[in-house]
Structure formats: C-alpha cells, structure tokens
Design a protein around this ligand. Structure first.
Ligand code: DQA
Length: 143
C-alpha cells in the first residue's frame, strides 16, 4: 500500500512554530514515527508552502500510484477552493488532518472547505492525528 503524506504551508515549521499549539516534534520526527508504526505502508512525504505545488501533487496521485492521501493543508484548508476542486477530481481517498483542534480556535479555522470532499477528518491530537488518519485510511483501503 502506497500512501502520500502531504503537508501544506508553514507545516515545515512544525516543532518550532507555536509549540504550545502544534507540539514540539518536527515534521521529520513525525514522518519517521509514521514509518516505524506502519512498516507495511510505503510512504512518500511531501511538504510545500505553495498552493499550486500542493494542487499539482494532489493531481498526480493516481499517476504516481498512491492508494490514498493523508493531508494537512494548513490554512489552505480554510479557504482554498482550488485545492478542494483538486481533491474532488482525484479518485483516491484523502484524509484531512490537523495537529490542533481547529474547532476550539479562531472563528476562521472552524470552516474547512476541503472536508466535504475528504473521506474523513482527524483534528486536535497533535502528531497522533497523523497516526490515527493513517491507521483509519490503511484499514479502510484494506477491507
Ligand atoms: C493546522 C491548522 C490550521 O488552521 C493552520 O493554519 C495550520 C496548521 C493544524 O495542523 O492544526 O497551519 O492545519
């Protein structure tokens, strides 16, 4: 099983950016823990600060042979209709992930324009959001 773990704008700063909100583990640590916890999954890890590059990556999911996507789109989750359209266009399940509990934060974070086109959402568990999303997605794909 081949999964893409994609992270959008500012997620490269995870570990140092507002650690009281996003935790103190870097993305590199989270990614290596994912590999340890899911040894049967073949992962590709992708991070970009560019909306267009993230859309290009989502568009390439079928061509690159991914079975599904774990996606933390960062702030793009709240307003990018272009990203939403890209997710809707691909025939592979995408799971929306957030480190923080977006529904307990500022008003603008309580809207996700991508949730409707995602298979599911995991929010608020820090790095465990990625682990839970990967677990759920891999079991869903295996059934
Ligand atoms: C985030 C939540 C977003 O609101 C924010 O813009 C981020 C990170 C999270 O993982 O909690 O960049 O997606």
């Amino acid at each position: 099983m081949k999964l893409l773990v994609a992270n959008g704008p500012n997620l490269n700063l995870t570990g140092t950016r507002e650690p009281h909100i996003y935790g103190s583990d870097t993305l590199a640590v989270i990614n290596s823990e994912l590999k340890e916890k899911f040894p049967v999954v073949s992962f590709e890890f992708f991070q970009t600060n560019s909306e267009g590059d993230l859309i290009d990556k989502i568009q390439s999911v079928e061509k690159e042979g991914f079975d599904g996507v774990v996606l933390n789109a960062g702030a793009l989750s709240h307003y990018s209709f272009a990203l939403r359209d890209a997710i809707a266009a691909v025939k592979r399940p995408v799971v929306e992930v957030h480190l923080s509990q977006v529904y307990a934060r500022e008003e603008f974070r309580r809207t996700s324009v991508i949730s409707e086109v995602c298979k599911g959402t995991v929010t608020g568990f820090g790095k465990f959001s990625y682990f839970a999303a990967t677990y759920a997605l891999s079991e869903f794909l295996r059934q």
